[in-house]
Design a protein around this ligand. Structure first.
Ligand SMILES: *[C@@H]1O[C@H](CO)[C@@H](O)[C@H](O)[C@H]1NC(C)=O
Ligand SMILES: *[C@@H]1O[C@H](CO)[C@@H](O)[C@H](O)[C@H]1NC(C)=O
Ligand SMILES: *[C@@H]1O[C@H](CO)[C@@H](O)[C@H](O)[C@H]1NC(C)=O
Ligand SMILES: *[C@@H]1O[C@H](CO)[C@@H](O)[C@H](O)[C@H]1NC(C)=O
Ligand SMILES: *[C@@H]1O[C@H](CO)[C@@H](O)[C@H](O)[C@H]1NC(C)=O
Length: 534
């Protein structure tokens, strides 16, 4: 196993060291659309003649797939084809595909079934995509990425047209299920590099104002007009050190978290945590004791609702200026309470859109990522971050090129010490202390030094069940930056394999956004390694 790991690392290094033409000025900008307050999609065109497909941009997965127009889960198809089955069971619950952009393989003269086995991915809420692998003519904003391998979902049970997975290739869903091809491939970001469109597998993600204008995804470059303050470059952290030698997920180090408003401020923890940055997650997930503190900061009366899977409380006043402050050492990102409040479509209680995890894992989804300008460099295992500056025009200019060695002219190497291992979450000081994260008023925290956070009230992992909530849209954000600390090297340590969570929007009864469940993308990183040596 160790030999396998080393072989894998070596071949990966060879690939990275290959002489790529240093064609500066190479980039690709893809506009993003915020759909139903749930997803960010971008448009690709498949086939000959071209069929336009809007794909959910997912930094938490690595495969691109499109829903086949023949998908029997579509209610429109269940009418025409009676009694269809999937995996031996009659399909009873269908989805509305009218508003989706599905792909008709028969209408493309250039379509090719790769015939290399099955494409399959599933989620804990029961949704899945199942089909086969293919290639075709593919355009991304008129840039030709033809030949890119993608999945055709003959069966897909979530109401999305497909996914553009932009994570590491070793996260590809190519193993661990019947019929799997057991073979990795160059996914979309990698193909952009292979074709010389970018010189490094790196992209800047700018979601822009969650309640307003659209953002964009810029491959190969950075647009400094889309952030304020400085852009800091942090190392990615490897959350699966027992399985892979280098990061397999887009994760970085959170140094601490707290909250503040005009009356009080509180540090919830300043223990380092590895946080996953996942654009495929609408909300966010955090260790349950942190979520409890967040909820109780909002209201002393907050209680966990088993039926809804979230904390509920009186709805905050419209002028509530509470913000949650995520401390990254060199930088603070503040997320306003309003972004995280789920407003009821029935009843009077609001929900807190942070799902408690019992395995202590963190996933910062769209509600966080909107407030950060993020540059993911998958070749150099770096994530650069700044405070996002919202703008009317969400399109980015490729004004600064990301260099092959990961250098971003103008960016500063972060000094914060990276996460290495999971520690109990404690509070040993204030994240608001002697840093530039100025707090206007200070009524001291209710936690004394080294308060051990208890986890005796462990909740069922945050599956957010069918609820009557939708996200509210109240006020815009305030943001702050800060400096601190010094860097040490990263060390591998034990960490159990856990699933990566995402929030899926599932059913919408009366046209309102209803968040029903989080789904798990299974990680086959272990088998990934073994597979790569054959
Ligand atoms: C394509 O044609 C085949 C053969 O007629 C058919 O079985 C299949 O359902 C068609 N696919 C789509 C997406 O219409
Ligand atoms: C579909 O299923 C129903 C109920 O099981 C059955 O009565 C009907 O004959 C089936 N239709 C077809 C076309 O198989
Ligand atoms: C999801 O896929 C995994 C891997 O193939 C499989 O073991 C598991 O049973 C599937 N889960 C469901 C609910 O189908
Ligand atoms: C909590 O509940 C009590 C009793 O109903 C109420 O008086 C108080 O205002 C509530 N607190 C908040 C923050 O709403
Ligand atoms: C932070 O607080 C100090 C002292 O209150 C003040 O001098 C400084 O201007 C503040 N900085 C910012 C960025 O608000």
């Amino acid at each position: 196993m160790i030999i396998a790991l080393m072989l894998y690392a070596a071949s990966a290094a060879l690939v990275r060291g290959a002489p790529f033409s240093k064609r500066n000025g190479n980039s690709l900008m893809m506009p993003l659309t915020h759909v139903d307050d749930s997803f960010y999609t971008t448009n690709l065109e498949f086939g000959n003649p071209l069929q336009s497909v809007d794909l959910v941009v997912d930094s938490g997965s690595a495969d691109t797939w499109v829903m086949s127009s023949s998908n029997p889960f579509c209610s429109s198809n269940s009418n025409t084809r009676s009694n269809q089955t999937y995996d031996g069971s009659r399909i009873t619950s269908t989805i509305d595909c009218q508003g989706l952009s599905t792909f008709n393989v028969n209408a493309s003269s250039s379509f090719r079934n790769l015939d290399i086995g099955r494409f399959y991915i599933n989620y804990t809420d029961g949704s899945l995509a199942d089909g086969y692998w293919a290639t075709d003519k593919v355009l991304a904003d008129s840039v030709d990425v033809s030949g890119m391998q993608f999945g055709v979902a003959e069966y897909a049970s979530a109401e999305i047209s497909g996914i553009l997975g932009i994570g590491f290739p070793r996260r590809e869903s190519v193993r661990g299920y019947t019929g799997a091809p057991n073979k990795f491939y160059d996914n979309f970001p990698q193909v952009l590099k292979d074709k010389g469109i970018i010189s490094t597998v790196a992209y800047s993600m700018y979601l822009n104002d969650p309640n307003g204008n659209s953002g964009s995804l810029l491959f190969g470059a950075v647009d400094p007009s889309k952030y304020s303050g400085k852009l800091y470059t942090f190392p990615m952290v490897n959350t699966y050190p027992n399985i892979v030698k280098v990061s397999a997920t887009l994760a970085m180090t959170l140094q601490g978290i707290g909250a503040r408003n005009k009356n009080q401020q509180q540090t919830f923890t300043n223990t380092k945590s590895a946080v996953l940055l996942d654009s495929g997650t609408s909300l966010m997930a955090a260790p349950q004791e942190i979520v409890a503190k967040m909820a109780h900061f909002i209201s002393e009366n907050a209680t966990y609702s088993e039926s809804d899977g979230v904390y509920t409380m009186e709805c905050p006043a419209d002028d509530d200026d509470t913000e949650f402050v995520f401390e990254f050492g060199d930088l603070f990102i503040s997320v306003p309470l309003s972004t995280l409040i789920l407003t009821p479509s029935s009843g009077s209680l609001c929900g807190l859109g942070v799902l408690p995890t019992e395995d202590e894992s963190w996933t910062l989804g769209d509600v966080f990522m909107s407030y950060a300008y993020l540059v993911f460099d998958l070749d150099n295992y770096q994530i650069s971050m700044a405070v996002a500056k919202f703008s009317k025009d969400g399109n980015q200019e490729a004004s600064v090129q990301i260099q092959s060695d990961g250098t971003i002219p103008g960016a500063i190497k972060a000094s914060a010490e990276p996460w290495t291992t999971n520690e109990p979450l404690t509070v040993s000081g204030s994240i608001f202390g002697n840093k530039k994260a100025n707090s206007t008023s200070v009524s001291s925290s209710s936690f004394t030094s080294s308060t051990r956070v208890r986890s005796d009230t462990a909740r069922e992992t945050g599956v957010m069940k069918a609820t009557s909530f939708k996200k509210s849209q109240i006020s815009p954000a305030l943001s702050h930056t800060a400096n601190s600390a010094s860097i040490l090297s990263t060390k591998s340590t034990d960490r159990p394999i856990s699933s990566v969570t995402s929030v899926a929007k599932s059913s919408s009864d009366t046209g309102k956004s209803v968040y029903t469940s989080i789904f798990t993308k299974y990680i086959y990183a272990a088998t990934t390694v073994a597979c790569n040596i054959s």
